[in-house]
Design a protein around this ligand. Sequence first.
Ligand SMILES: NC(=O)c1ccc[n+]([C@@H]2O[C@H](COP(=O)([O-])OP(=O)(O)OC[C@H]3O[C@@H](n4cnc5c(N)ncnc54)[C@H](O)[C@@H]3O)[C@@H](O)[C@H]2O)c1
Length: 274
Amino acid sequence: MQLDGQIAVVTGAASGIGLAIAQSLAEQGARVILSDINPEPLQQAARAMGADFEICDVQSDAQLTQMITGVTQRIGPIDIYVSNAGVLSMDPTHAASTPDDLWQRAWDIHVMSHVRAARILLPDMIARGGGCLINIASAAGMLTQIGDAAYSASKAAAVSFAENLAIRHGDDGIAVHVVCPQYVASPMLGYDNAAPDDLPNDLPDGLITPRDVADAVLQAMADGRVLVLPHAVVGPYFQTRATDHAKWIKGMQGLNRRAKTAQARSASDFSKLV
Ligand SMILES: NC(=O)c1ccc[n+]([C@@H]2O[C@H](COP(=O)([O-])OP(=O)(O)OC[C@H]3O[C@@H](n4cnc5c(N)ncnc54)[C@H](O)[C@@H]3O)[C@@H](O)[C@H]2O)c1
């Protein structure tokens, strides 16, 4: 896929999936601008790639607007915009125990940053007859992340918003991709590694690398596919959820029970050590 000279912005690009997508787009010839809230790793990553960077907290409407309009004025109209920044919340105890400010943060980062970016970018993309919006959601948005209700609900809303974009603006030449991976070996899951190619070879079952996600994104761009599922199991699980919801809920309840038992076991193993 040739992206020669296309201008691409990636948020949350200091590490993990965002960095891997930024690298892949650059390898295809795009002029990539890396953006993140975290200045040090962002500058390091941008320096290593020889790319421009923009510090931006996507939770802030003002910063997001300034970043997008700034890039457009200084470098040119944005062809590819990757809304990738994301955070876990993790329910402290029960499913409603995450405090309101973390629900708001999840909503702002996982949903409103996608909405606000599209609001700024769409009029120009429509006028030019093309553009590409890539929104990184999660399999949690399709299947639920046990133990993180704010993450699951906001990612579900992100999937829904991307579907709206694709349905409303396919005829305007806007390519939309919504990316829903399961577990990816990034700093978010404790893989403290900003270089996706340096990850260990013996990843646990089901865990893929940020580079695998980037490969799936580029393939979807080439195929013109909206829903990007880097893990093959997600499609069949989603189908079960749609066609036999009761079976899916039962299966998830079983998973929840197993997760609780494993947690209790690791807590009691720990108590033997101390
Ligand atoms: N790692 C996984 O298992 C997994 C699975 C499915 C989806 N995802 C999603 O993929 C995306 C990338 O996550 P990752 O796994 O690469 O994790 P990561 O922690 O490596 O990357 C997230 C990046 O987002 C940045 N960020 C956080 N809050 C921000 C804000 N307010 N403004 C700007 N930048 C901000 C962080 O500094 C970080 O560089 C996220 O949206 C995440 O929800 C991750």
